[in-house]
Design a protein around this ligand. Structure first.
Ligand SMILES: *[C@@H]1O[C@H](CO)[C@@H](O)[C@H](O)[C@H]1NC(C)=O
Ligand SMILES: *[C@@H]1O[C@H](CO)[C@@H](O)[C@H](O)[C@H]1NC(C)=O
Length: 512
């Protein structure tokens, strides 16, 4: 029988895309990262894959084909995380060394956890992991002998670009610290320097991760080198989209899935919230400073200011708050500890979102076309806020120096000046217009990597080159050298000819 092998091949191919075993390694210290990771893990489970998620922040929902391995949240990691979240200003170096530390701790906590070790002898077809100074976990690609993809919760940035060889494009893509779409010459100089410093910083960060990889878990005698493990990454799903203003070159291994956490249709709201919003005839405002934010980070005085303004406006306010009660709360304010943000923003009565401008919040606001009053607290939130302001659908304020009068004015401006809502709505339309939804895009490429066993053919060859080769600096250097030699030779010839000519002239003179 000739037909049998064919059938076997066919069946093997089918089973490669449906019902694959996918492992999410997400020992992240940040709950908000899990919102993105869970969006993908849930969707893959719904499509019939067998998904295992390793994380300190489980979904707490029972979903078919979706298993969660809960690893403990390390105590010291918690302390470091609290330090990061303090509103006290920190230097860049201090900030990133704290971020590195907390991610190292959590990554190693996962490796050490018994529950994780128990699954290391299982088989998986693919690993999905985050982009958080935890590259030493790439060693598990070899342990499970399967391809690895990275799901980055950030926008395009040097960390992911370096991993996959994506061009930096300092001429058009603003660095986090520059945060401007329309860059003039001075901005571009700043941008160039900022990306140059990234080069040094990520070389250092890489070195630190390599040490953990090599000396703690994947020694070079039994395992592939750290550099080879990094070059094994199949693709990066990045939390960005060109409609957001930065049009830039991307290699095929970069897949833009911005908006992945937004549900195609909103879930039903809890009854009390639904009623509260339905009856908000003057509109409603949603106030949330993010999932990592602790209420204690705002001084009592600031809370008083905020609540006083809320008591003077005709809109209803839903406020994310860690406690059930606060003093001075007026009747138009409703408090909640964990609110379904995406579903609330989808409600047509919500007019303004007062937000810390975390990436997830900005995306959801964009998707639903709700203008933002930004109160960014740190790092990328500042950039997200600035860009939204530049796009014309947001206003930014500084929480630390928030004044009652100005806060009130800004809220009124956002509610009553149509400009912001119109801009936000128009943007929302553009944002939703894609050949595949962000979720379907992510699922498509995830299955693509499984079906083509790592999709090596898609890899950008430049990741196998060094810095000089990648930027053609060796070629430019060589050509400059050639030019120099040609000029030298030309000069020599010229000199020789000149000498001879002068000699001839001299001898002629003598003869006369
Ligand atoms: C899941 O439950 C745990 C413990 O009850 C809680 O700490 C955590 O915040 C919950 N996770 C989510 C995403 O709600
Ligand atoms: C990475 O390694 C795995 C096996 O460990 C392999 O299946 C996959 O094709 C490799 N991917 C790339 C892009 O080299």
């Amino acid at each position: 029988m000739k037909i049998q092998p064919l059938i076997i091949i066919f069946v093997a191919f089918i089973s490669a895309s449906v019902g694959s075993r996918i492992l999410f390694l997400f020992p992240t210290p940040s709950k908000s990262h899990m919102i993105i990771a869970h969006s993908l893990s849930r969707t893959l489970a719904e499509k019939g894959h067998d998904v295992t998620v390793v994380t300190p922040f489980p979904l707490n929902k029972s979903i078919k084909n979706h298993r969660e391995i809960v690893i403990p949240y390390n105590k010291r990691a918690k302390e470091v995380m609290d330090k990061i979240m303090e509103t006290k200003p920190k230097s860049f170096v201090e900030m990133v060394s704290l971020m590195m530390e907390v991610n190292f701790i959590e990554g190693e906590e996962m490796i050490a956890s018994e529950k994780f070790q128990e699954i290391t002898n299982e088989k998986f077809d693919l690993i999905v992991m985050g982009m958080n100074f935890q590259n030493f976990l790439l060693g598990y690609g070899e342990i499970f002998d399967c391809p690895v993809i990275i799901l980055s919760v950030q926008r395009h940035f040097s960390g992911t670009n370096f991993l996959i060889g994506n061009p930096i494009a300092p001429n058009v893509a603003p660095h986090l610290t520059v945060a401007k779409y329309d860059m003039n010459f001075v901005d571009r100089v700043k941008n160039f320097i900022a990306y140059g410093l990234d080069l040094i910083f990520f070389a250092y960060a890489n070195y630190r991760q390599k040490l953990i990889y090599k000396y703690k878990y994947f020694s070079s005698t039994n395992h592939r080198s750290y550099d080879d493990a990094v070059k094994n990454i199949s693709l990066v799903l990045v939390n960005d989209h060109f409609t957001e203003g930065v049009v830039r070159p991307n290699v095929p291994g970069i897949i833009e899935v911005r908006g992945i956490q937004v549900k195609p249709t909103p879930d039903k709201l809890p009854d009390n919230i639904q009623k509260f919003l339905d009856e908000a005839t003057n509109g409603a405002i949603f106030f949330s400073l993010g999932s990592n934010f602790k209420t204690e980070q705002v001084s009592d005085e600031k809370i008083k200011t905020i609540l006083s303004v809320f008591s003077k406006i005709p809109q209803r306010v839903i406020m994310k708050w860690d406690y059930d009660i606060i003093e001075d709360k007026s009747d138009n304010v409703m408090l909640g500890k964990w609110l379904p943000q995406d579903d609330i923003l989808a409600h047509p009565n919500v007019k303004v979102f007062i937000s810390h401008c975390g990436l997830g919040s900005v995306v959801e606001s964009r998707y639903h076309g709700v203008p933002i009053l930004g109160l960014p607290l740190f790092a990328d939130q500042m950039m997200n806020a600035k860009l939204a302001v530049e796009e014309g659908w947001a206003i930014e304020m500084d929480l630390k120096v928030l004044e009652e009068k100005e806060f009130h004015e800004k809220i009124k401006e956002l509610v009553y000046n149509e400009k912001y809502a119109t801009e936000a709505k128009q943007f929302s339309r553009l944002y939703r217009d894609r050949p595949l939804s962000p979720r379907d895009t992510a699922v498509y490429w995830t299955e693509y990597v499984i079906n083509h066993r790592g999709a090596k053919h898609m890899q950008y060859p430049a990741i196998h080159q060094n810095f000089w080769q990648q930027n053609s600096l060796d070629v430019i250097g060589f050509l400059l050298l050639c030019l120099w030699i040609v000029v030298k030779i030309f000069k020599l010839i010229l000199n020789a000819v000149k000498k001879k000519f002068v000699k001839n002239a001299d001898s002629k003179k003598k003869q006369n």
